[in-house]
Design a protein around this ligand. Structure first.
Ligand code: C5P
Length: 403
């Protein structure tokens, strides 16, 4: 599958570094050549000798090594690769990528490259959840970097959660997707909604919700990576616009619906936005004054359009695959089934958003994919991984062929 492909594998630090040896072996078995950069931290977990032995090439270790620079500059290292893979990608390496630092050979090669980059993050569960890591990751993903994993499991440090390196065969799958038939949705058009909507009360105040937009942005990125011409219609979020995605920023539900209509026709529509159910009937054009003794103003709310239902029931030009999300706090699957029918969509991705789950605004999700064909429950996954799997399922639905 990978005959003739040249991989530059950057091995970061961390106990999971030993799995990179298996990644090298599997990549070479697929016919790829693998050249490795071993970071300082990585070299504490695996030896240059074992990396060289398995890759069949010399190992590059230090930006400031005169021999390395003389024999193979960092620019050539990335130029002579078809794909850069970072496994394990540590929190530190992701942070340095986000900042565009060039303080060792690995970071410099990543900064100097214009080739696709695939990260396989691995770190302690709390480091993974730290907002700094998630923000850094969002920044590098927005620049077009792909990810595989991390997955849930027990860790070397004795804790349990998301943060384990994806298994080597899954990393190799992701490499194959990035390099070969990586565009199963080429020629398709996709529409994704994300984030909250913001319904104005007056020029200063508004009604909104806690949706972060993370899941929708991850889906838009994954669809674009799979080759779909993707429009993301998003309410206000703090996430950068994903690379290669036509991002349309809106505030109110009515504007979101108008932007969705403008993005049609589409083959695939995924509605992840947490659209406000109600808006204020008549928005005041001036700030509503607090008047002593007058009491609080009475807000009259009216229902917002149901964007998903509107588009799923279009008599003409309905996208052939319409996917809704259902955020529930109880009886998740039963409610999802009802919603599937009521909203006239093809699949519902249902998740439990009870506050204890931390899904809203969090970085991971346990979802159930409900369709007429039945239902599937996925393990707890990082939102990027949910996106990757969902897009794989979409690609299977379309038979991976050209439209
Ligand atoms: O009815 P409920 O809000 O639970 O439905 C959730 C699904 O419907 C999500 O896919 C959401 O994006 C979509 N939705 C919408 N417009 C609304 C309300 C929900 O597109 N006004």
């Amino acid at each position: 599958m990978l005959a003739g492909k040249r991989i530059l594998l950057i091995i970061g630090g961390g106990i999971a570094a030993y799995k990179s040896l298996e990644v090298i072996r599997l990549l070479r078995r697929q016919g790829a050549s693998v050249r490795c950069i071993l970071t300082e931290a990585g070299s504490r977990f695996v030896t240059p000798l074992s990396v060289a032995g398995l890759s069949g090439e010399r190992v590059y270790e230090d930006l400031f090594s005169l021999t390395d620079e003389a024999e193979m500059g960092h620019i050539r290292l990335s130029r002579e690769a078809d794909l850069l893979v970072v496994a394990p990608a540590t929190a530190n390496l992701i942070a340095r990528m986000a900042q565009g630092r060039a303080d060792d050979l690995a970071a410099t090669a990543l900064l100097a490259t214009d080739k696709p980059v695939l990260l396989a993050p691995a770190m302690n569960v709390r480091m993974w959840h730290h907002p700094a890591t998630q923000e850094n990751l969002a920044r590098v993903i927005a620049r077009g970097t792909r990810t595989v994993g991390p997955v849930e499991g027990s860790m070397a440090c004795g804790e349990y959660g998301i943060g384990r390196l994806a298994e080597p065969p899954d990393i190799v799958e992701a490499v194959i997707a990035a390099l070969t038939s990586g565009k199963p949705l080429a020629g398709r058009r996709a529409l994704v909604t994300a984030g909250p909507t913001l319904e104005a009360i007056d020029p200063i105040r508004f009604i909104s919700n806690r949706s972060s937009g993370k899941q929708g942005y991850a889906i838009a990125s994954a669809l674009a990576e799979a080759g779909a011409a993707t429009t993301l219609v998003t309410g206000p979020t703090s996430i950068p616009a994903p690379a290669g995605v036509n991002t349309v920023r809106v505030e109110a539900a009515a504007d979101m619906l108008a932007a969705c209509n403008s993005a049609l026709p589409a083959d695939i529509a995924v509605f992840t936005a947490a659209v406000a159910d109600w808006r204020v009937d008549s928005t005041s054009s001036e700030k509503i004054k607090k008047q002593d003794g007058a009491g609080p103003p009475q807000l009259h709310l009216v229902e917002n359009p149901d964007i998903l239902r509107t588009i799923a029931t279009l008599p003409k030009g309905r996208p052939s695959l319409v996917i809704g999300f259902a955020a529930e706090t109880q009886d998740v699957i039963a409610h999802a089934r009802t919603k599937l029918a009521r909203k006239a969509c093809d699949w519902i991705v249902a998740n439990d958003v009870a506050p204890a789950t931390g899904v809203l605004g969090g970085d991971e999700n346990t979802v159930h994919v409900v369709s007429a064909a039945g239902e599937e429950t996925w393990p707890k996954l990082a939102k990027q991984e949910v996106a990757r799997r969902l897009v794989e399922r979409v690609a299977r639905h379309f038979g991976r062929g050209q439209p």
